[in-house]
Design a protein around this ligand. Structure first.
Ligand code: HEM
Length: 470
């Protein structure tokens, strides 16, 4: 039997070897097309392993140094992708939505977030419901009414989950708070058991989104697909129950249940579920992660905390006991907002987005052919000393006066596709920061705890804080 093993090996390796030869032959032939420089990495794996090992920020920086500061090509999440870098790349993408580029989601991401959606349908169809609605529900006028809810929930959360303890692990608490806030405001879900049922599978679903798309029960991707189904099942139950109830509640779900399509029919439960999965993915992690970074930097830099505390105490003193924050109070939080923006610069919580070229694009002397997938990312400008001197320094004063140059500070994207939830995120973060600093002084329990920026930024030990009530 043993003598067959070398032959067996040969026959197993032969198809793989042919695949490798074809792969590298194809890569070499791409050189003739004036494509941006770069490598597609390993067959199937692409450059996902490098991305995982280096983290997005270093992955991008290394390739900008090695290939071009403007644009390079790689292979991520199972697709060949051209990555635009720098302010000019951002400008080109943001100003050409619907002309040269359209949004695109890698198949692997769709399979988790929208498993039953026809993979060949355009991205627009998948989020169409949202685009009809976003400008109404996330407009400042509509958001004004959320401030008292945010304020009351922040107070209760700090009283129940932070105050009883001399030290807390801030990151998971902030995650819980942000999740509860979104579920309350969007779906009117307040029951802790129900919240748990949606939030528990959310983390594995999110981890699956940026993992190597190999669907096996023990891979992050396989677990992500399974968790995505659980999140969907729970949201579907909520939507169905509310449709049965037929009672009007003042939340986003009630508004969507009233929507009718062109034929006068109600929007299907499936479409509404898709919408809420997309909304939770887009809103929850990025907001929770931004809030955590702000608290991280406040604990790291006492002089920043003191300056911010002065501003927040002045607002607190101008209010009657128990009186909720208002839009006007938020507008007074100028220094605090600069702190939030500086945190978002150093640790951009949204990695960027994929687009597809609608036509051949000439950029920085290269050609990006029609149909090619592209990616832009705030990591390429936020850490660039050309735009932000001493980029590693935490300095909220960068945002004073006219602030950063156009297209360099882009945590929320830009142009027609700029994040529609940016004002919601601003309110949620500032309301929490107000309540936190006016109640506690905070000190890092692990002085050298670092912010680890992989795909999503997070403190290495969950941000353990000592609390000292005022
Ligand atoms: C700090 C928090 C947040 C950050 C950093 C962030 C960042 C981003 C970025 C970079 C994009 C892509 C823009 C582009 O393609 O050019 C985006 C899109 C989006 N965001 Fe946010 N976001 C945050 C919070 C939220 C919240 C709270 C919501 C909802 C309430 C939300 C809803 C969306 C939606 C629906 C899109 C897709 C828009 C479209 O394709 O037209 N985001 N966000």
């Amino acid at each position: 039997m043993d003598i067959f093993i070398p032959y067996l090996f040969f026959f197993l390796l032969l198809p793989f070897s042919i695949y490798l030869i074809l792969f590298f032959h194809k890569e070499a032939s791409d050189d003739t097309k004036n494509l941006p420089p770069g490598t597609k990495g390993w067959p199937v794996l692409g450059e996902n392993i490098d991305l995982g090992l280096l983290g997005l920020s270093k992955f991008i920086r290394d390739r900008m140094e090695k290939y071009s500061p403007d644009v390079f090509q790689t292979s991520l999440l199972g697709d060949k992708v051209v990555v635009f870098c720098g302010a000019q790349g951002n400008k080109m993408i943001f100003n050409n939505d619907g002309k040269l580029v359209i949004p695109w989601l890698p198949f692997s991401l769709r399979k988790i977030v929208l498993p039953d959606f026809d993979v060949n349908s355009p991205y627009e169809d998948a989020i169409g419901l949202f685009r009809n609605f976003q400008y109404d529900i996330l407009k400042p006028e509509a958001l004004r009414q959320y401030i008292p809810v945010m304020d009351a929930l922040a107070r209760t959360h700090l009283r129940d989950c932070w105050k009883p303890h001399p030290s807390v692990k801030a990151q998971p608490l902030i995650n819980n708070y942000t999740f509860e806030l979104a579920c309350r405001l969007f779906l009117n879900v307040t029951d802790p058991e129900r919240l748990q049922k949606i939030s528990r599978p959310f983390a594995p679903m999110r981890n699956g989104l940026m993992s190597l798309p190999i669907d096996l029960p023990w891979t992050a991707y396989g677990r992500g697909i399974k968790a995505g189904k659980m999140v969907r099942a729970e949201l579907t139950k909520i939507v169905e129950a509310r449709r049965e109830e037929g009672r009007e509640k003042r939340d986003l779900l009630s508004m969507i249940l009233e929507l009718k399509d062109e034929e006068g029919k109600c929007v299907s439960v499936n479409k509404i579920t898709n919408f809420f999965v997309g909304l939770m993915v887009a809103s929850y992690d990025s907001t929770a992660s931004a809030m955590t970074s702000v608290v991280f930097f406040l604990a790291e830099y006492p002089h920043v905390y003191e300056e911010l505390l002065k501003e927040q105490m002045a607002i607190a003193k101008s209010k009657a006991p128990g009186e909720n924050l208002t839009w006007e109070d938020i507008e007074k939080m100028k220094y605090s907002w600069n702190v939030v923006r500086e945190a978002l610069r150093l640790v951009p919580t949204a990695p960027g987005t994929f687009k597809e070229a609608m036509a051949d694009i000439s950029f920085a002397g290269f050609t990006i052919p029609k149909g090619m997938k592209t990616f832009w990312t705030p990591h390429s400008t936020h850490n660039n000393p050309e735009y932000f001197p001493e980029p590693e320094k935490f300095d909220p004063s960068r945002f004073e006066g006219s602030g950063p140059a156009p297209y360099t500070f882009v945590p929320f994207g830009g142009g027609a596709r700029i994040c529609p939830g940016r004002t919601y995120a601003k309110l949620a973060i500032l309301v929490m920061v107000h309540n936190l600093v006016t109640k506690f002084r905070i000190e890092k329990a692990i002085p050298h705890e670092k912010m680890v920026v992989e795909v999503m930024a997070a403190p290495s030990h969950g941000l353990l804080l000592h609390l000292d009530p005022h």
